[in-house]
Write a protein that binds this ligand. Structure first.
Ligand code: DC
Length: 231
């Protein structure tokens, strides 16, 4: 069967990774969570003291970028690939609200983007990949055969994210999560390098009123149509 590249972009907490994982599994494709890579760099910056609430030593981080090795390893029990930073499994550590509060700032650094984009393009060089993020259809894979752009209201997205964090045992308030979602939307959409924008050939999907199953069926149908068209 013909293999294609599927790029899924959109605002934070729009359920991109959920549908990307489902899709990769159904099609037998590789799933790559590009946001996890920016989160891993953020976690590294936090551990090294380059980023704190009131200060960000951008030059310090840039000088150590060559010491960051990010990899993914498929976990058969979970059914998706977990992210590793210099050999350490950081899949859980990168999902905290603290990392979320710093990650958009880290993602504005062009040197960080350059390094991660190269690695992302390498992951997708043989096609058969579903990658989600902010600039996948615009910068990483501008020639992707299928580009999706997911949206939902900020309140809906904050509620979903809040439920996830609470389930994981984090002590957070809905208001803080909503503020984080809105702040990230703003920074992600307004940064100079590769801002979040909808690619002109992307299909926009507002999933505010869709169940996960409805969303999956729609996206699978769009993918299968594209695969058949390319065959
Ligand atoms: O998808 P996520 O919420 O885990 O992504 C975390 C942050 O990483 C997001 O706020 C912006 C940044 N990001 C990016 O700039 N480009 C990508 N391709 C993916 C994520």
């Amino acid at each position: 069967m013909n293999t294609i590249t599927i790029a899924i972009d959109g605002f934070s907490s729009t359920g991109k990774s959920t549908v990307a994982k489902q899709l990769a599994k159904a099609l037998g494709y590789v799933y790559v969570d590009s946001g996890a890579m920016y989160r891993a760099v953020t976690y590294f910056a936090m551990q090294k003291g380059f980023i704190k609430t009131d200060c960000f030593d951008e030059e310090g981080l840039i000088s150590q970028l060559d010491q960051i090795k990010i990899s993914f390893k498929f976990n058969h029990e979970l059914g998706f690939a977990e992210v590793f930073l210099n050999g350490e499994n950081v899949e859980k550590a990168i999902r905290t609200l603290e990392v979320s509060q710093f990650v958009s700032q880290i993602a504005t650094v062009s040197e960080v983007r350059e390094q991660l984009v190269k690695q992302q393009q390498n992951f997708g060089k043989d096609k058969g990949v579903v990658m989600d993020g902010r600039d996948i259809g615009t910068v990483v894979f501008p020639d992707a055969e299928l580009k999706l752009f997911m949206t939902a209201s900020a309140e809906q997205r904050a509620q979903r994210r809040y439920d996830e964090l609470i389930e994981r045992g984090e002590d957070v308030s809905y208001e803080d999560v909503l503020l984080n979602v809105q702040t990230r939307d703003y920074i992600d959409s307004n940064r100079e390098d590769s801002p979040l924008t909808i690619a002109k050939d992307a299909i926009e999907i507002d999933n505010s009123n869709m169940t996960l199953q409805e969303q999956f069926e729609l996206v699978l149908k769009l993918s299968e149509d594209k695969i058949n068209l390319e065959a």
